[in-house]
Design a protein around this ligand. Structure first.
Ligand code: TRP
Length: 363
């Protein structure tokens, strides 16, 4: 069986380093591994509109931001199809058929939807489209017969729901769809990178994000103001690692080589942590080290971004080509789905001839 990746992001803002360690870095590795037959990366503008109906301009402007972030991070249009969700009408069609296979109460139990409804204060005013987006996400994944979906931990309930839909569909109509596997980050710090203020999640509205496109100057201000251990006031005091954002970020980003390059007094992160918890190591040193590491990772992205920013029509061409490729695959699956669901009337000669016979001979 071929190995196919599908994943994507809502274009509601620029991508930040939480996106990077949660999924984007992995995608680039998978792309370069050569192990996959096809890689689809989707800019989920239609999904973004499910809770931004009043703000289409925001989504429109962020499609290009996300595309630039993808290319900057190292996604290579020669190796993967980057495409725009709303330009694939087959997705809407498949979503509509899947709606018959999912109950309202099952959607209500989806933990991600539940917490998002709370976070958005929707209460009794939940847009139907938003409520149903897990169904549309199942269509995103299955239309391309994805086997592998690299995403962050918050997407786990979506994958579970997708697999339920696949099983229900295949049982009812025949084995057409493929059950995908989720691919989560293997490092706990990457599962959900906290904001620079130590809050559980990076979020634009909290203003605690480090963006992939941040300049060295912006990055420095953000790292220097990061949340550490509030009880670690004097250098000689023992510091705590738990909930210490600087160390969480180091867990997510630091490799042993970084010590040789930026902090040769230590061999590895464990030595640094030991010194910090023993006392005698200041936050300033740790922040400076982190800043060096982040700059090291972000600098090549800044350079690539700058180049692509000089050729925006070229970026749209990449998206258009990716979308055309995606549509070819989409059309093929939809044909199979329509056939399995017995709604391929015009293509089914057998149907027309057998009904002709029936009605001609009817008494
Ligand atoms: N829900 C994802 C997010 O919030 C975006 C997304 C839409 C997606 N469709 C998908 C991710 C399909 C993986 C597979 O970022």
């Amino acid at each position: 069986m071929s190995k196919i990746i599908l994943t994507g992001d809502r274009p509601t803002g620029k991508l930040h380093i939480g996106h990077y360690v949660g999924s984007l870095r992995r995608r680039v590795e998978l792309q370069n591994s050569g192990e996959f037959d096809k890689i689809f990366i989707m800019i989920a503008d239609a999904q973004a509109l499910t809770d931004n109906a009043d703000n289409p301009e925001k989504i429109r402007q962020n499609v290009i931001e996300v595309a630039l972030d993808y290319l900057a991070a190292g996604l290579d249009p020669e190796k993967c199809n980057i495409f725009i969700q709303s330009a694939i009408p087959e997705l809407t069609e498949l979503t509509f058929y899947y709606m018959n296979l999912v109950t309202v109460s099952r959607l209500q139990r989806n933990p991600t939807v539940k917490s998002e409804i709370q976070a958005r204060n929707f209460e009794a005013n939940i847009p139907v489209g938003f409520f149903c987006y897990p169904i549309s996400q199942a269509a995103d994944i299955t239309l391309f017969k994805a086997t592998t979906v690299p995403v962050g931990e918050d997407q786990k309930p979506m994958l579970e729901q997708t697999n339920e839909i696949v099983r229900r569909f295949n049982n009812t109509y025949g084995e057409i769809l493929v059950e995908p596997k989720i691919l989560l980050p293997d490092n706990a710090a990457c599962l959900r990178l906290p904001g620079t203020d130590g809050k559980a999640k990076m979020s634009k509205s909290l203003g605690n994000c480090i963006y992939l496109s941040d300049s060295p100057k912006e990055l420095k201000v953000k790292v220097n103001s990061m949340y550490t251990d509030p009880e670690h006031i004097h250098v000689e005091q023992p510091g705590h690692l738990e909930g210490n954002t600087v160390f969480t970020y180091l867990d997510a980003f630091c490799i042993d080589d970084d010590f040789g390059k930026f902090l040769p007094e230590y061999k590895n992160l464990q030595e640094l942590k030991d010194h910090y918890t023993r006392g005698g190591l200041g936050d300033g040193t740790c922040k400076k080290f982190l800043l060096n590491i982040l700059n090291d990772r972000l600098e090549p992205m800044r350079q690539r971004r700058k180049q692509y920013e000089q050729d925006i029509p070229g970026v749209y061409d990449i998206l258009r080509k990716g979308t055309e490729e995606a549509r070819k695959v989409a059309a093929k699956t939809i044909e199979e789905v329509r056939h399995a669901m017995r709604i391929d009337y015009f293509d089914d000669h057998e149907l027309i001839s057998s009904q002709s016979e029936y009605f001609k001979n009817k008494k």
